[in-house]
Design a protein around this ligand. Structure first.
Ligand SMILES: [Zn+2]
Ligand SMILES: [Zn+2]
Length: 92
């Protein structure tokens, strides 16, 4: 009995990706995701990383956590300051 030959001739089984529900052929039985991207996305979702982005406030430089890339200020006060700065720059 040849174990190696057995694993080669054994046809790949199909299962559903735990993340995107796509059907894919797996080689290893413990594979849960169809692709590396799905595995990484699932990992990020599970750990919470990627959901919050550590950024620095564009006005005062204070570190902030935001779920939106377009939110770049730590507070409404800084937002107003940024707005006034932009307005001042826009003046001829
Ligand atoms: Zn997937
Ligand atoms: Zn700030």
């Amino acid at each position: 009995m040849n174990a190696l030959q057995k694993s080669v001739t054994c046809p790949p089984k199909e299962k559903r990706c735990t993340f995107c529900a796509h059907t894919f052929r797996y080689v290893r039985r413990d594979t849960l995701y169809c692709s590396r991207a799905c595995r990484q996305a699932a990992y990020r979702l599970r750990t919470g990383a990627g959901r919050y982005n550590n950024m620095a406030c564009t006005v005062c430089g204070k570190e902030i956590q935001t779920i939106r890339w377009d939110r770049m200020v730590c507070s409404s006060a800084c937002r107003q300051r940024l707005y006034r700065q932009r307005k001042a720059l826009a003046q001829p």
